[in-house]
Write a protein that binds this ligand. Sequence first.
Ligand SMILES: NC(=O)N[C@@H](CC(=O)O)C(=O)O
Ligand SMILES: [Zn+2]
Ligand SMILES: [Zn+2]
Length: 346
Amino acid sequence: MTRLTIRRPDDWHLHLRDGAMLRAVAPESARHFGRAIVMPNLVPPVVTGAQAAAYRDRIRAALPEGADFTPLMTLYLTEDSDPADVVAAHRDDIVTAVKLYPAGATTNSASGVRDFDRVRGVLEAMAEAGIPLCVHGEVTDSDIDIFDREAVFIDRVLDPIRRATPGLRVVMEHITTSDAVAYAREQGDDLGATITTHHLIINRNAILAGGIRPHYYCLPVAKRESHRLALREAATSGETRFFLGTDSAPHVDAAKETGCGCAGIFTAPNTMSILAEVFEQEDALDRLEGFASLNGPGFYRLPPNESTITLERGEPVAYPARIETGDGPLTVFDPMMPLHWRVSAG
Ligand SMILES: NC(=O)N[C@@H](CC(=O)O)C(=O)O
Ligand SMILES: [Zn+2]
Ligand SMILES: [Zn+2]
């Protein structure tokens, strides 16, 4: 196959940031994607419906003229979140989902949840109203090895929350382990799981072998090869609970290439070319549309996009190694392999 037309894809987990960074990265997502679930981990975080509406306005203002891109907003769940505000923001079409960060788990998560009993009321109101909870699934205990934090979270936090809140629709975000794939598969259709582009490409060697490579560092951190293979199998399986959330998470080079670098990988510009390459390698090009364009809307109970994009196979496609932002240069994810699929129309 050398030409593939699919419904316009959506990104079910995206960081757009704010200010100069927002203006630099928003066009990169809007080029190929129709919608994105926009993460609320700004500083300070997007906690109220009013803040989400104001952030949505700033995103719209950063889009190129005529862009066909809808930001789907999220609220950052804190121990002080007000159930009535959350439900009202969803009812008024300001927010699509709520985001749970365990306090301290990842970039800008200091306001996250420490005591899960204190968010029980919000979670129950969300279950009642059908508002999905997007979960960064890692425990933060310093005595748990960083490579085990996702698997331990499933046992100690995720499964108990779901049992205590029947009917709550949950997205396990950016899953990185075969444990998460196996857990997701045992659940009903109230559980979805997103998979990033980069976790289909890198294992932990990319970060550490032969030198330390900050541009491959993200959270949850890439695991050993067997986990990467499990993710590729899940993403290309055709199972509707698995869908694309790039977790494209830009940080300027100065914040990555330093003694204590930020977690996050910027994949928005070349994600669709990378995914086409991966699905071709797995002999599953016919399942790319499901993963990138159909399964996510299915979980979120939204219609798939009406418009399409076309991917064309040819000579290797060149992507810039970095893009300029008003805050400094920003490195684009390097998949360490030639990419043959170009997004030619859409
Ligand atoms: N994925 C990351 O490594 N970083 C994200 C936060 C997150 O999604 O956990 C960020 O905001 O930079
Ligand atoms: Zn996360
Ligand atoms: Zn993220």
